[in-house]
Design a protein around this ligand. Structure first.
Ligand code: ARG
Length: 506
């Protein structure tokens, strides 16, 4: 126990809180470091309290990344025609808005930066909450890092293979290189990573704007042939829509980002719901317009054959400056990968600090003050994921696992609504919204298994449930032999990474 005498060293890009305190036991002065929040968008860290505008840009900046450049293909493949595919994009936007509204309710009821973990904990206790963080750290965070890096590599490699589909080998090697590079940059200097992030955020907004404007001009010039009879050829089945939605919802993922910083929001009761109601529909409109732009120059068959849709779009529309598209998409995806690496590091670090993960993952590099062990762990898992799997498999794997927990989180809102009437709810959404979200999540988890039963889903379920074994062995029983076994390993990794526990005595 220590008495804090206040004092916060503001390192905006890190959001590292340094507290001076006196240890009662030794009487010495201590300095405690703690990372406060986790969110993908680094550029926002340079602001004091987060207002409405910064809240909106945080949501928009996290959501737009790789998906809008890779998912149009899978959405179209699962719907078969232009009309249903555009509708599916709109539906995915509505689902994300509903989800975010449930989160706004939860986030203002339980005001703790940390998102789902605390909501699930409050409703259902520590085991489901542990499973959530286990799933995030071992499945969703590294697999999303892998997906974004693969999209980056696909766009970076495509211009070198004009007119044909690039082979998988260079794509995977480049993706792995990007993962290593981003992990290293984040372990050495978050400052560098965050400077780069501002530029990447600008790049993604710029390229989306260029595609939308070019598309609108083409539309005005009368390129509307692909929108005629736009429902012809649609093959809509109840379960195929689920797979199509996985593609679309990946592009919208990140809608819950503001919940990780509720404690930092200015006037959260007003700004949290407002930022959601403005931010997510704006992204929805952008995504629909980008898809419309693609369809002004590509027939559905051409879009399905293109390995990188935005590159094909650039080739047909932006001559002679066709290089702009792949270059800016590369920036956008690289930025998204960087943000994802940053978040995953923080999440792993916080969970380990709570004693829910190996201790070493909560250590901080003493020279650079970064959670290097956690970052490297996440990078290694991401590389392991890209070796056997392709983009679609990873995307299904990711979506399946996150929707289990988005569903559980929505269900916890229903539960708290009835069981915990004592909790104050400044932003109260009608209970029908979490009910719809829960049902949708159940559909999203089961429909793809029915449409395309794959072993990946089974592995994923076993993996998540395997967390239970870990929980009982390491968190609940806390066997002493695990410590005896881990101590020398921890020491060696500490020496290798120059890492120490986050509390240092001076
Ligand atoms: N929507 C983003 C994209 O299209 C992916 C976001 C992944 N999730 C996250 N919390 N970073 O690339």
């Amino acid at each position: 126990p220590s008495e804090s005498s206040g004092g916060q060293l503001k390192i905006p890009w890190l959001y590292l809180k340094r507290e001076r305190s006196f240890s009662r036991s030794s009487g010495q002065q201590c300095i405690t470091f703690s990372y406060c929040t986790q969110t993908d968008c680094l550029f926002f860290f340079s602001w004091e309290k987060v207002g409405l505008l910064s809240g909106i840009s945080l949501i928009v900046g996290t959501m737009i990344g790789s998906g809008i450049f890779i998912s149009p293909k899978s959405v179209l493949a699962n719907t078969g025609a232009v009309g249903p595919s555009l509708i599916l994009w709109a539906v995915a936007g509505i689902i994300s808005t509903l989800g975010a509204l449930c989160y706004a309710d939860l986030g203002t009821m339980i005001v703790k930066s940390g998102g789902e973990y605390y909501y699930i904990f409050e409703a259902f206790g520590s085991i489901p909450a542990f499973l959530y963080s286990w799933m995030s750290i071992t499945v969703s965070k590294p697999s999303s890092f892998a997906i974004i890096s693969l999209s980056f590599a696909e766009y970076a490699v495509t211009p070198f293979y004009p007119g044909c589909v690039p082979p998988q080998m260079p794509i995977k090697c480049l993706a792995a290189t990007a993962i290593v590079l981003i992990t290293l940059v984040n372990s050495f200097s978050v400052k560098l990573a965050s400077y780069a992030q501002n530029f990447f955020t600008f790049a993604k907004l710029a390229i989306v704007a260029v595609i939308i404007v070019a598309g609108l001009v083409l539309l005005a010039q009368g390129n509307t042939q692909n929108f005629k009879n736009s429902f012809d050829g649609a093959h809509i089945s109840f379960s195929a829509i689920g797979l199509g939605l996985y593609g679309g919802l990946w592009s919208y993922d990140g809608w819950n980002q503001l919940n990780f910083i509720t404690e930092e929001l200015k006037n959260p009761y007003r700004n949290l719901p407002l930022a959601i109601i403005i931010g997510i529909p704006s992204v929805t409109v952008c995504y629909i317009l980008v898809n419309v732009a693609y369809f002004t120059v590509m027939t559905p068959t051409e879009l399905l054959q293109s390995s990188a849709v935005a590159v094909t779009f650039g080739d047909r529309v932006l001559t002679p400056a066709t290089w702009i598209v792949p270059l800016f998409v590369v920036f956008s995806t690289f930025g998204a990968a960087n943000g994802s690496c940053f978040t995953a590091g923080r999440l792993t670090y916080v969970t380990a600090r709570e004693g829910h993960m190996l201790k070493i993952l909560a250590y901080i590099n003493v020279k650079h003050l970064t959670p290097a062990p956690a970052l490297i762990f996440n990078g290694m898992l991401a590389i392991i994921y890209i070796i056997p799997a392709d983009l679609t498999t990873l995307l299904n794997y990711f979506s399946f696992s996150v929707w289990i927990f988005y569903g559980l989180t929505s269900f916890s809102l229903i539960y708290l609504h009835f069981a915990r009437k004592d909790l104050e709810r400044p932003v109260k959404v009608p209970v029908i919204i979490p009910v719809i979200m829960t049902l949708l999540s159940i559909y999203l988890v089961f429909a793809p298994i029915i449409e395309q039963p794959e072993l990946a889903y089974l592995y994923c379920t076993l993996f998540i449930l395997g967390g239970l074994i870990i929980y009982f062995l390491f968190v609940h029983l806390r066997f002493s032999w695990t410590r005896t076994l881990m101590n020398p390993i921890t020491k060696h990794i500490q020496l290798l990474l120059e890492a120490a526990p986050p509390e240092s005595q001076i």
